[in-house]
Design a protein around this ligand. Sequence first.
Ligand code: KIV
Ligand code: NA
Length: 275
Amino acid sequence: AAKALTPPDIAARKGKMPLVCLTAYTTPIAKLVDDHCDVVLVGDSVGMVLHGLPSTVGVTLEMMIMHGKAVRRGLEKAVMVVDMPFGSYEEGPEQAFRNAARLMAETGCSAIKLEGGESIAGTIRFLAMRGVPVIGHVGLTPQAVNAFGGYRVQGRDEDAEHILRDAVTVSEAGAFAVVLEKIPETLARQITQEVAIPTIGIGASPACDGQILVVDDILGLFGTFRPKFVKRYAELAGTAEAAIATYANEVRERRFPAVEHVFGDVPRPVNGGEA
Ligand code: KIV
Ligand code: NA
């Protein structure tokens, strides 16, 4: 088996080979992505992607633990990171540590990710000094969707300065990498030059030290969600729909199950009368 990567290995990749990162929420997808990725994130996007929630605000620690356990069973090589869900870390460093420790102990992940910049830097420092490797997440932070009033690109004007400061603060607080979400190329480039840790972009241009996307998005596993920053490398929803339709037809026409799917002797079709 390949040597398991660690958070320090990821930090050491700054300015070298781009970091390849994807989400996973289940064991079979974790097995598929492990060979090809440096970091696998059990994102709180699981709430929207697999559970049909309207945003990530309703995701619970229990959901993250359940999906984290499933992903752990599928990984050998990639660094496993679990998102801290909304409400599990914002009260302060002690609450954050208690819940991060639960995530690490119960799922076997080697790092956690949390959203926020300057406002959460003290918590990142508290965790990092106590054996919890942290990835930061600045720019568009989806857990704040209600405060933002939507999922618009961040840092297009005066708030660019603020996002730069967020990223620098997160880095100085001891995070080993930082996700930059939905910001312009110029800002992503500036942040990547100014922070000491790898930047991992999602909708943040190739100027970042690595990229992350939701695996279901690149596989085209569902129909309608098509943001500009996602490239679809497959159209699995269409393939799946066609297979389901064929199954339904074959059952209705009594063409499935066929002889090769049946136990025992089947001298002639058991259903269908006249055959
Ligand atoms: O929840 C998520 O999937 C994320 C990403 C950065 C893709 O936070
Ligand atoms: Na997330």
